[in-house]
Design a protein around this ligand. Structure first.
Ligand code: GUN
Length: 307
């Protein structure tokens, strides 16, 4: 654990690498343990339904991984595919069918949806109790007002990694670069809940490097490959890189984050790599949310894995 006071001195050594793969593995094991327990004690099997519209290859890979990991945790996995020209009413009818299905405790509609479908309409048609993405306006409002909500998976994973690294986050300056509904905004709400002083910055913020240099905790979620350089970083800061971008390097395509990892790791106190940082946490948190949804729907206490 790094005390907050240690964060103003330039670190003598390169940043600690925050191992999201290891943390996610341990979280999935804890979820699987709790799933086995409620199966034995309550006769309940948590179920996750994932809906994919169209044939975007990256989305198809994510959906396949979600199914594999859901089954590996002992939960039921339901996969629904609709063609890219499916109309909104067909998708809404499927969502309503899943809302009414007692074997389904979590519903995830993979985003982005084809342009002719209004994603807000679809998200808000999901039963908020089964909204394991935490994107329904009711869950957004509950999180924003400090009430019990379903919390979006990627920000939830980031908070788990931060608390594991730092212990208490209270009083720290947190800067979130990015203002999406999926990551930036819920991330800011969660950091506020941890008593951070929170700044939301974005691509149009003035003097972004100066804003970032004030951060004890920097969350990069802008979707621009290696945009954040070493001179944007307060020495000793904890840097969480949410970006997953494809970049050409030396004639080869590889995954990079929003942070220039090689340079920033010489200045930061701790940093998540890409791949192997935040990415694996997202699906692990989706499994955790599905278990939590199942417990809440059946009036059981929240599982011990929640933060
Ligand atoms: N597409 C990219 N990330 C996400 C996510 O967290 N949830 C959903 N539903 N779609 C996504």
């Amino acid at each position: 654990m790094t005390p907050a006071t240690a964060q103003t001195a330039r670190p003598a050594a390169p940043a600690a690498i925050i191992d999201g793969t290891a943390f996610a593995t341990s979280l999935r094991q804890r979820v699987a343990f709790e799933v086995a327990r409620i199966k034995n004690q309550q006769g309940l099997t948590p179920g996750l339904a994932v809906v994919l519209v169209g044939d975007d290859p990256a989305s198809a890979v994510y959906v396949r991984n979600k199914g594999t990991q859901t089954r590996a945790a002992g939960m039921a996995s339901f996969e629904h595919r609709l063609p890219s020209n499916a109309d909104a009413e067909t998708l809404l009818a499927l969502v309503r069918q899943l809302n009414d299905d007692p074997s389904v405790h979590g519903i995830l509609v993979q985003l982005p949806l084809p342009g002719h479908i209004d994603s807000d309409l679809v998200i808000n048609a999901i039963d908020p109790a089964k909204d394991v993405d935490g994107f329904h306006i009711l869950n957004v409002g509950l999180l924003g007002t400090g009430q019990k909500a379903m919390v979006p998976c990627t920000p939830l994973g980031c908070i788990m990694l931060l608390k594991d690294q730092l212990g208490s986050l209270a009083g720290l300056n947190a800067v979130v670069v990015g203002r999406s509904n999926i990551v930036g905004k819920p991330m800011a709400q969660l950091l506020l809940r941890e008593s951070c002083t929170v700044t939301i910055a974005h691509s149009r913020s003035r003097d972004l490097p100066a804003i970032c240099r004030n951060a004890d905790i920097l969350i990069a979620a802008v979707g621009r490959p290696e945009m954040i350089g070493a001179d944007w970083i307060k020495p000793g800061a904890v840097v969480i890189d949410v970006g997953i971008n494809r970049a050409e390097r030396d004639g080869r395509s590889r995954l990079v984050g929003d942070v220039d990892f090689a340079a920033v790791s010489q200045v930061a106190g701790a940093i998540t790599p890409v791949p192997g940082g935040v990415g694996p946490m997202t699906i692990a948190c989706l499994l955790a949310n599905t278990l939590t949804a199942c417990c809440r729907i059946h009036g059981l206490p929240d599982p011990a894995i929640a933060v």
